[in-house]
Design a binder for this molecule. Sequence first.
Ligand SMILES: *Cc1c(COP(=O)(O)O)cnc(C)c1O
Length: 387
Amino acid sequence: MSHRPIYLDNHATTQMDERVLAAMIPYFREHFGNPASISHLYGWEAEAAVKQARNTLAEAIHATSAEIIFTSGATEANNLAIKGVAEAYFYKGRHIITVQTEHSAVLDPCRYLEKLGFEITFLPVQPDGLIDLSKLEKAIRPDTILVSVMAANNEIGVLQPLAEIGKICHEHQVLFHTDAAQAIGKISLDVETMKIDLMSLTAHKIYGPKGIGVLYVRRRHPRVKIAPQIQGGGHERGLRSGTLYTPQIVGFAKAVALALEELESESERLLQMRSHLWNSLSQIDRIYLNGHPTQRLPGNLNISVAGVDGAALILGLQPIVAVSSGSACSSATVAPSHVLLALGHSESLAYSSIRFGLGRFNTIEEIEQVAQHAIATIQSLRLGSRG
Ligand SMILES: *Cc1c(COP(=O)(O)O)cnc(C)c1O
C-alpha cells in the first residue's frame, strides 16, 4: 500500500487507541445487553459496565456519578446545556453570554434562542484569543441566566481562565457552562474548584470512539435544572432518553482514564514536538502564531503565512501531511475562520492560516518531515505568486 499522509488533524478527531477498542469489544459481543433491562443477566452486565464508566468519568472532573448525562457527543451536550437551561430558567431571565470564538455547536443554539426572543451577548476576545474578564463581568445583567465559555479552543487551542470565569459567575449567581470537548484529558478539569455548573465532553478527540459524549450537570450548590431536549423512555433521569450505547460509554471511560494517566508525560512530549515545528517554521519571514503563545493546548499550532493562500498550502501539503485550516465544519466552505477574524486578523491573513493538531501517535521524526515539507511548500507558493 502506498504511504498515507502524516495525520496532524487531531483537533478534528483522533485515531482510536487500541486499548480503548479492546475494552469496547466485549460489549459488542457477549455483553450486548440493554443496561435498562432489569430482569436478566445481560442487562445487569451492561448496567454494571455503564455504572463503572459513569464513576470513572465523574471522578475525572471531580463530579458525582448522578451528575453525568450521556449524550451522542459534545454537539448534543452543548445543545442540551444551552437550550435546556434557557427553557428551565426563562421565567428568571432571557439573557445569555457567550464568546465570538466558540464552536458552532454553542454559537448556533445561541442564535436559535435569539430567534425565540432571548438576548445573546457575543463577547469579543483579545488579540491573543483570551476573553477580558472585566468585560465578562460588565456584561452580566440581572436577567442573565447563563454564561457559556469554552475551555480550549478547537482552532487556536487557547485555554480560557475557567476558575476566574467560574468565580465571577458564582458571585453573580449566573450559571456557568463550558464546552470542554478539546480540554478533557489534556488539561486538568475540576468542576468544584472551577465552579463549573455544566460541562460538555466528547470521546473522539481523546482517542475514544465517535458518537459518545457527556453533559455534566451540577446537582448541589446550586442544583441546576435543565429541560430535556430528547424525550422518550426516561433514561438518564428523564433528561436524555434513548438506549445507552454501552460499548461507546465503556470506550469513553477507558479513553479518559488513559489520557489522565499519561497527561503529564504526553503534554511534555507534545510541547517538545510543537516547539520543534514552530522553531523550524518561524525561520521563514512573515509567519505568525495565532493565539496565546503559552495559554494553549500543547498539541496545537495555528499559524498564518502572509502572502500564501491557506487552501493552496493545505493542498500542497496533502500528499505528506493531513491538516486543515481550522474547524472541520467550516473548512468545506470558503468563509474565513470566525475565530481568526475575532482575533482581529484581516480577511486575507485569516485565509492564509493552517492548524496543526499534534497527537498521541505522532513522532518527532514525523514532525521533522512535516517541517521540511511545509517550508519547501511555503517557499514555492511565495515564489509562484510573485512570478
Ligand atoms: C469537536 C468539538 C465539538 C463537537 O463535538 P462532537 O462530539 O463531535 O459533537 C464541540 N465543541 C468543540 C470545542 C469541539 O472541538
